[in-house]
Write a protein that binds this ligand. Structure first.
Ligand code: TXA
Ligand code: MG
Length: 350
């Protein structure tokens, strides 16, 4: 059924009232998209089966892909899990609120639909002020995947959310652009050695500083055929723009000539190319149909502008998007590379 999506534009004067109205929609079983520090999320009451069903419907999300539950305190988290392992408790103290999602054994109060039938649950406290106020005001745990159509790049602005979900959700809180730009780090705390299922701003090294050995249990490829993966979301095609995507990885001096060669090749075949570049390579190419993701030594800029850039180019009816992969691959850079590699149809190493 087509919905009339209500948009709350946050400004200081009417701020509280708008949060209250949005929280009321959540309490009544509706869906509300809201900003977090990572990407926009699409929220619904995590304990209300019908409300959660609407998230899956709006996104076109496969039913076996579980949702992250957003809470505003460790106390609420306690109700959702069997117990909080000691190492999980340490991470909560250090990193919450923040872009870290912890997977723990679930309690009985959560409906199966929210956890995709798994015996674990993913939980985080977001750091965004609007998100926290909304959760507090609603007084319920909020299930919220990224607020995009399934398979599309995650939304980093309110416009992205509307472009994917207008008419499919009850409301959207427009709180401006997000600050990080890639989704939270997901870490499984339910087995002996914690394992990272999705890289994000908080890196393996940072986590290990507080809890010792951490395993990496993700890879940068998509495995559609695989039946049992630890994080069901990782087996689906992700972050895909409509256009084909070629990632050229290597040092700046090798990447630039390779991209030039590709552009020439495709223009001879009448295919329109769009470029996602570094600030350093920008001047080497025509400005038309190119977008800079920032300095190559500042992966936090690439994180912030990657999804934005993919959507920007996709709106310009391009056949091929070529991504300059000369960004630094450490810290949040790991998360950026993970997302582009998953989105890529072809990866060229130079
Ligand atoms: O930053 C974020 O995490 C954003 C904002 C809105 O909070 N949310 C987000 O949610 O990225 P989503 O649904 O797009 O991604 C959640 C990921 C999926 O890959 C899912 O499979 C995995 O977390 N996940 C959720 N519950 C899980 C569980 N119990 N076991 C393993 N993986 C789980
Ligand atoms: Mg998502």
């Amino acid at each position: 059924m087509e919905k009339n999506t209500k948009v709350f534009h946050i400004n200081k004067k009417t701020h509280e009232e708008q949060i209250q109205d949005a929280a009321q929609i959540l309490k009544e079983g509706g869906t509300v998209a809201f900003p977090t520090e990572t990407v926009y999320g699409l929220g619904a009451d995590a304990l209300n089966e019908e409300a959660v069903m609407q998230i899956f419907e709006a996104k076109g999300r496969p039913a076996d892909n579980p949702l992250i539950i957003h809470v505003d305190s460790k106390e609420t988290c306690l109700q959702l899990v069997k117990n909080i392992p000691e190492k999980a408790s340490i991470l909560m103290e250090i990193f919450w609120p923040g872009p870290l999602t912890l997977i723990m054994k679930r309690s009985e109060i959560i409906p199966d639909i929210t956890t995709g039938g798994l015996d674990t649950v993913a939980v985080r406290i977001p750091e965004n002020k609007i998100a926290l106020e909304l959760i507090k005001c609603a007084g319920i745990p909020i299930a919220a995947p990224s607020a995009n159509l399934s398979g599309k790049p995650s939304p980093t602005t309110a416009e992205h959310v509307l472009s994917d979900l207008s008419g499919r959700i009850d409301a959207l809180i427009d709180g401006g652009d997000v600050s990080i730009g890639v989704e939270s780090t997901v870490i499984d705390m339910s087995s002996d050695i914690p394992a990272i299922l999705r890289p994000g701003k908080i890196s393996k090294e940072e986590l290990e500083r507080y809890i010792g050995e951490v395993k990496i249990a993700y890879d940068d490829k998509v495995h559609p055929e695989s039946g049992t993966v630890r994080s069901p979301g990782m087996k689906y095609t992700h972050y895909s723009p409509r256009s084909d995507l070629i990632l050229v990885e290597g040092e700046h001096d090798n990447v630039v000539p390779k991209i030039k060669e590709l552009i020439k090749d495709y223009s001879q075949r009448n295919a329109k190319t769009g470029l996602l570049l570094t600030e350093e390579s920008k001047s080497e190419f025509p400005a038309h149909l190119s977008y800079s993701m920032g300095k190559k030594d500042k992966p936090e800029q690439a994180a912030k502008y990657l999804f934005f850039g993919l959507r920007y180019l996709d709106e310009r009816n391009i056949d091929i998007i070529i991504v300059d992969g000369s960004f630094r691959a450490d810290g949040i850079g790991m998360a950026v590379f993970n997302r582009v590699r998953k989105a890529a149809d072809i990866i060229i190493k130079v």
